[in-house]
Design a protein around this ligand. Structure first.
Ligand SMILES: CC(C)(COP(=O)(O)OP(=O)(O)OC[C@H]1O[C@@H](n2cnc3c(N)ncnc32)[C@H](O)[C@@H]1OP(=O)(O)O)[C@@H](O)C(=O)NCCC(=O)NCCS
Length: 372
């Protein structure tokens, strides 16, 4: 192709993809000073003005001319707002890379640009599949890919590299036949209030309280999956891993906080939301800090979480039909939380709850239907 004459202009009336020009050098240089940009992409660091000059006057035109890379300038609100590039590979499969200026983020610019560019290579260039890759933890990029219908996400340890350093990588793809609709749920953590409590997203500042709660003797006794001893880094890892739970559609975790002080009192989760046999059900799990026990905090928290779980998805809820709750026989306080919330004891699974000493407790099985 000739540059810039043959570069197709693509637009959806909000975002325009067009050939880069020398006017983009200064704003592109500025975008590359952004710490997020330097952290998540493979651009040179420090990024000098001559890097932008080389990229826009040699690399980009050269890519169009020899067909190795097609990079468009993204125009939004009448200004250069970023770059998206498609790199063709063998067999009709290529890769996409993108970045948008900090001032233009959070307005759906990248999702629109991605749909335009991918639509073009499918419809006009006969590509069959586009691959998206990002370093693990780049939630903004992952959400853009999810919104634009990329699917089949896998995590590849050390799959990526930036400036000589190996990084874990996420990979997902969209094929020509795939819809542009997001696949699966990416849950949110709404703040829920009632009964003197606030259910809210966990934060890194909750780690110390989480560590105390999870090191408690009774927590350790009934929740055998907990690391023992439970360290501060276990708590930090737990908080960090909550985003993956939401993004994968597997579950939602709330921190239970005091309505006045916002201090963390415990944790309640609704999880297993993609159960292979029944993806309309969910399981409730919880633990409480020892200093919050004995005053019906968990009964109130499970009530709030269950109400949200039964709310239809299009009203912001989890759209559950049925909730399950399991308590080891002998864990009277936990069984009481189920009973207080109207759960039905459906049976006892024999020797189904492992103990740390290698023996097993019977497991009380409760459920609650949306229609109860
Ligand atoms: C990642 C990036 C391209 C996102 O661009 P953007 O224009 O802000 O994306 P959109 O506005 O289309 O966002 C799509 C969704 O992702 C969400 N999102 C954007 N950035 C997010 C972030 N850092 N964390 C969580 N969600 C984020 C948006 O809120 C939006 O969701 P919503 O529609 O439900 O509100 C931009 O942040 C960027 O350029 N980052 C630095 C470079 C980079 O990481 N490139 C990708 C390398 S793989």
């Amino acid at each position: 192709m000739r540059f810039p004459e043959d570069v197709p202009v693509l637009t959806d009336d909000v975002v325009k993809l067009r050939a880069h020009s020398s006017d983009d050098i200064e704003p592109a240089y500025e975008v590359c000073q952004d710490p997020e940009m330097q952290h998540w992409t493979t651009i040179p660091v420090p990024y000098e003005r001559e890097n932008a000059v080389h990229y826009l006057t040699e690399f980009v035109p050269g890519g169009w001319r020899d067909g190795s890379s097609w990079a468009w300038a993204i125009e939004y609100d009448g200004r250069y707002a970023g770059t998206i590039d498609l790199r063709p590979g063998d067999g009709g499969v290529g890769e996409v890379g993108f970045a948008v200026a900090p001032w233009a983020r959070g307005h759906g610019v990248m999702t629109r640009a991605l749909n335009l560019a991918v639509g073009y290579v499918f419809e006009q260039q006969g590509w069959s599949r586009v691959i998206w890759r990002a370093h693990v933890g780049n939630w903004g990029s992952r959400r853009v890919a999810w919104k634009a219908g990329f699917r089949g996400l896998v995590k590849v340890p050390d799959g990526g590299v930036a400036r000589g350093v190996r990084k874990d990588e996420w990979i997902a793809t969209r094929s020509r036949e795939d819809s542009t609709e997001p696949q699966g749920n990416w849950w949110q953590v709404p703040t829920l209030e009632g009964g003197g409590l606030r259910l809210r997203a966990l934060r890194s500042t909750d780690a110390k309280r989480i560590m105390e709660a999870c090191n408690d003797e009774r927590t350790q006794h009934w929740l055998v999956g907990m690391p023992s001893p439970y360290q501060l880094e276990d708590a930090e890892g737990f908080v960090d891993s909550r985003t993956e739970l939401l993004a994968s559609g597997e579950g939602v975790t709330w921190g239970i906080a005091d309505l006045v002080t916002d201090e963390l009192l415990g944790n309640v989760s609704v999880f297993d939301l993609k159960n292979r046999i029944d993806a309309s059900s969910g399981e409730v799990g919880y633990w409480l800090h020892p200093d919050a026990r004995g005053r019906a905090v968990m009964s109130a928290a499970v009530g709030l979480a269950a109400k949200h779980a039964f709310k239809p998805i299009d009203e912001g809820g989890l759209g559950r039909r049925r909730l399950m709750l399991f308590a080891a026989e002998g864990n009277t306080a936990s069984a009481q939380v189920a009973v207080a919330n109207g759960f039905t004891l459906t049976g006892t699974a024999r020797e189904a709850s492992p103990r740390r000493d290698g023996s097993y407790d019977n497991l009380l099985c409760f459920d609650l239907l949306a229609t109860d």
